[in-house]
Design a protein around this ligand. Structure first.
Ligand code: PMP
Ligand code: GLN
Length: 398
């Protein structure tokens, strides 16, 4: 009772809200757009989550683990079987020989792997190079680590790395560069020569690379090259990935970080205090996922190629200038021919008047003006949903 009375007194001192390091970020664009999509009953091609379920053999393995009593904390850096299959798959892809127990850390999604890497390996005031447009959590990770972001802009139509700009971004304070390939939101797959340039600059400046490869299996007309495989790079690279995209289970939040023991020590130093360990039964499910035969991945990428083609063809027919993605499940397009002031105005119109939700990419630039002509659509939806969305977008032509 006394508590309730005290709570009802008018407050004299304002309670400080969000800490300074995060107050500038507000809520994420994905939360915001998904909320509006529900409110306006729009087809949600905004936030990247499939509208179909992950495979039964993965779900069944997690169900079995729950029934079999795998209900207690997992080993801090991952259950032994999962570390083993992550290392085996990475070694097969990369031709390397990583040790599952010394060099693999299981995390709660790539999102946790990212923040654990930043907090565990980057000191305050060190610089981190981000390519922009960037996935939004990178910039928040830099801020949470108290580090300084340096931006290198990838520009349409091909979003190529500009060598001069990249060289100029490195300094004596550079600790890390974040490389996301295949790249959200552009759909770009970094070329071998771009990765070689990044590798040379990392070595020259004694910087580490943080490589976000969550879309590693979603590659259409290109080859996904892992930075860690380039000469002299494994020892200075943390490779991050997760289950979410490749197995259409974004809600499971099982991810991992692969790095040599010296860098793994930093990742684990943070991970043990962020989540300590990742949900045990879902780790058992992840073992079944990563043991999937090659045919699973082949069918997966072909289904996505069809979805990409449906969306790209539809957008082009309607009049968008489309930057056809080589990877990921996103497509960027230029909307300027429709006459809106910027991407936010365009996306508001799409959600409220057209009934399709998309992401305004200005959220992915440190200067929002750089993204104002663009719009990002996700094609991780069944083909009929994509066709329905195209049908609605036809209204833009009228
Ligand atoms: N990195 C990128 C580039 C992403 O697009 C996403 C998607 N959500 C993530 C990381 C986060 O992955 P997870 O859901 O495994 O945390
Ligand atoms: N990665 C997803 C996207 O880019 C969003 C994930 C999230 O909402 N944090 O759409």
């Amino acid at each position: 009772m006394r508590y309730a009375v005290a709570m009802s007194q008018p407050s004299t001192a304002a309670v400080r809200s969000v800490a300074d390091r995060l107050s500038a970020f507000g809520s994420t664009i994905f939360t915001e757009i998904s909320r509006l999509a529900i409110e306006h009953d729009a087809i949600n091609l905004g936030q990247g989550f499939p509208n179909f379920d992950g495979p039964d053999f993965v779900k069944q393995a997690a169900i079995n683990a729950i029934k079999d009593g795998h209900g207690q904390y997992a080993r801090m850096f991952g259950i032994a079987e999962l570390n083993r299959v992550i290392a085996a798959r990475f070694n097969a892809d990369a031709g390397l020989g990583v040790d599952p127990d010394a060099e693999v850390t299981v995390t709660s999604g790539c999102t946790e792997a990212l923040i654990a890497t930043f907090l565990g390996l980057v000191n305050p005031e060190e610089e981190v190079i981000l390519f922009e447009p960037y996935y939004d959590s990178y910039r928040a990770c830099v801020a949470m680590a108290g580090a300084e972001p340096k931006f290198v802009t990838l520009r349409p139509p091909d979003f190529a790395v500009n060598e001069q700009e990249l060289r100029a971004a490195f300094s004596t304070k550079t600790r890390a560069i974040l490389v996301n390939t295949p790249h959200n939101p552009t759909g770009k797959v970094f070329t071998t020569s771009e990765l070689e340039l990044i590798a040379a600059l990392c070595k020259e400046h004694d910087a580490i690379a943080i490589c976000d490869e969550v879309y590693e299996r979603l590659v259409f007309d290109a080859e996904h090259v892992q930075l860690a495989t380039l000469d002299g790079m494994y020892e200075r690279t943390v490779t991050l990935s997760s289950l979410g995209k490749t197995f259409s289970l974004t809600g499971w939040k099982v991810g991992w970080a692969i790095a040599p023991p010296e860098l793994t020590a930093g990742v684990r130093a943070a991970h043990q205090f962020i989540t300590f360990a990742t949900a045990t039964p879902l780790q058992h499910g992840a073992v079944a996922a990563l043991e999937a035969p090659d045919s699973y991945y082949a069918e997966f990428v072909e289904a996505y190629r069809r979805r990409r083609d449906v969306l790209v063809e539809g957008l082009e027919r309607i009049g968008f200038e489309v930057y056809v993605p080589n990877g990921t499940y996103f497509v960027l397009a230029d909307h300027t021919c429709f006459g809106f002031a910027d991407d936010v105005a365009f996306c508001q119109h799409l959600i409220k008047e057209v009934g399709v939700a998309a992401i305004p990419p200005s959220a992915f630039y440190h200067d929002p003006a750089d993204g104002k002509n663009l719009v990002r659509f996700a094609f991780c939806k069944d083909e009929q949903t994509l066709r329905d969305a195209i049908g609605r977008l036809e209204a833009l032509r009228r």
